[in-house]
Design a protein around this ligand. Structure first.
Ligand code: FES
Length: 87
């Protein structure tokens, strides 16, 4: 069982929609590109919750995918430095 501490995750939004893939049999499959699908790697439609967030910006989420706040690049660098020291 995991510990009680919550490890937030920083996400750089580079895509807000799924990637459409057509199999050799002609089946259409939508691949999750946002990273929040409940059925990953298949898109669950959850990307719609994040559609208002700007691409190319950093966002901090909790483990359940709830947005905590938008981050500046300086804050992301500080988080990376802090997390590398705790290893
Ligand atoms: S692209 Fe991730 S849930 Fe749709």
């Amino acid at each position: 069982m995991r510990g009680e501490s919550i490890m937030p995750r920083v996400v750089l939004h580079s895509s807000k929609r799924p990637y459409r893939h057509v199999t050799e049999k002609g089946e259409e499959v939508w691949i999750c590109m946002c990273g929040f699908s409940e059925t990953y790697p298949i898109c669950s439609g959850r990307h719609r919750e994040f559609a208002r967030e700007a691409e190319g910006k950093y966002f901090l989420y909790d483990q359940k995918g709830n947005l905590i706040q938008e981050l500046t690049e300086e804050e992301v660098v500080r988080l990376k430095i802090k997390s590398s020291r705790s290893i």
